[in-house]
Design a protein around this ligand. Structure first.
Ligand code: UD1
Ligand code: UDP
Length: 370
């Protein structure tokens, strides 16, 4: 029996790890699987655990309001120590580029536990963007024994860095989660969806907005909000913005956008509700990593409000466009999509370079052979 510890802490890690948790749990004759949540996020993590019906074996309950990276990283390393000593796993699985991923990988390295990294090899090679995620991902890559790269380009990054360990290309588990949610939505509703059906004006074109990147705090967010205000001057659009709970996001967004008639600021949504809402939208404005990966499967053009991305595949495929945080650029690109049908339909094409929904099956097969 191989002992596996799957560790995650934030909303996107939970979404992308959930299908893997389920798949490993199906193979209980081969793997003893335990789940550790650092709870770097709390409410936004619990929304995902509820939807996927995952009960953690260990909950470090670390989130503090307005937490800083120093304390968070130290608490994760210390918290993981007790879990690793209690369970003594053969392998730990970490995901992506958060503080939870990097600090859990480091703690596991200290404890002599092999590290498996899901969504390995994404890079901008810019230390400051995304901050601190680029370095979290690079450090995790150095500590990893089995790298699960979502794409060949991600594998090529790892090869060029001469990382140690095994590298496998599997597709991104985000697509497995998305297809699960899309399928479930065929016979599913919830209170949030019903409320949105009653509050959104579907005679208008829905623009969905999200944002949370640290490098956009301050001026970046102010420019994004100014752009949203200008886009909302068009009475034919309805902007809906589930606002991330980080106080550095809540403060400027509420200060600058609250109370405008066609801008709906709402709480973070449960994952199935968010997928439902992506489907209702005509354009998505975001700085999110996960949403850049999901939207091409739904045929939704995405304008990415960042200067650089570690996910160039969809940009190359033409379904995602980088627009930075410059107000004029965000406004003009949005207007172009609203007004130019041919341009909209070239960006809308359904082609997802990130996966086919079979990533977790590949990962489990690889682990069976390890
Ligand atoms: C974190 C990750 C980022 C990831 C993002 C996904 C790091 C350094 N950052 O950023 O890589 O893209 O999650 O959303 O790992 N908060 C709540 N409730 C929640 C979640 C957050 O109140 O459920 C508030 C708290 O005040 C918390 C703050 O948000 O202190 C910041 O959370 P944190 O995880 O440190 O940073 P994020 O910006 O969420
Ligand atoms: N998401 C969600 N509810 C929301 C906003 C986003 O469930 O209100 C999902 C979204 O579908 C995607 C993930 O959260 O799977 C993205 O998380 P986030 O943007 O916070 O982090 P990132 O992907 O940038 O690390």
């Amino acid at each position: 029996m191989t002992k596996l510890l799957l560790t995650f802490g934030t909303r996107p890690e939970a979404i992308k790890m959930a299908p893997l948790v389920k798949e490993f749990q199906k193979c209980s004759d081969r793997f003893e699987t335990r789940i550790c949540v650092t709870a770097q996020h709390r409410q936004m993590l619990d929304q995902v655990l509820d939807f996927f019906e995952i009960t953690p074996d260990y909950d470090l309950n670390l989130m503090r309001p307005g937490q800083n990276l120093f304390q968070l990283t130290a608490d994760i390393i210390t918290g993981l120590k007790s879990v690793l000593e209690d369970f003594k796993p053969d392998y730990i699985f970490v995901h992506g580029d958060t503080s939870t991923s990097m600090a859990s990988a480091l703690a596991s390295f200290y404890a002599g536990v092999k590290v498996c990294h899901i969504e390995a090899g994404l890079r901008t090679y810019n230390k400051q963007a995304p901050f601190p995620e680029e370095m979290n991902r690079q450090i995790t890559g150095r500590l990893t024994d089995v790298h699960f790269a979502p794409t060949q380009a991600a594998k090529d990054n790892l090869l060029s860095e001469k990382v140690s360990g095994q590298i496998e290309v599997t597709g991104n588990t985000v697509i497995d989660a998305l297809l699960f949610a899309v399928n479930k939505l065929k016979n599913y509703s919830n209170k949030e969806i019903e409320t949105l059906k009653n509050t959104l004006d579907f005679s208008k074109r829905i623009i969905l907005v999200t944002g949370h990147r640290r490098e956009n705090f301050g001026d970046g967010f102010i420019h994004i909000c100014e752009a949203i205000l200008e886009i909302a001057a068009d009475p034919e659009v309805e902007i809906v913005y589930p606002v991330h709970l980080n106080p550095h996001v809540q403060d400027p967004v509420n200060r600058l956008l609250k109370g405008k008639s066609n801008i709906q600021l709402i709480n973070p949504l449960a994952y199935p509700t968010f997928v439902w809402l992506m489907n209702q939208a005509c354009i998505i404005l975001t700085d999110s990593g996960g949403i850049q990966e999901e939207a091409p499967s739904l045929g939704k053009p995405v304008l990415v409000m960042r200067e650089t991305t570690e996910r160039p595949e969809a940009v190359r495929a033409g379904t995602v466009k980088l627009v930075g945080t410059d107000k004029e650029r965000i406004v003009s690109e949005t207007k172009r999509l609203l007004n130019d049908k041919d341009y909209y339909s070239t960006m809308q094409k359904i082609h997802n370079p990130y996966g086919d929904g079979l990533a977790v099956q590949r990962i489990v097969e690889i682990m069976k052979n390890n």
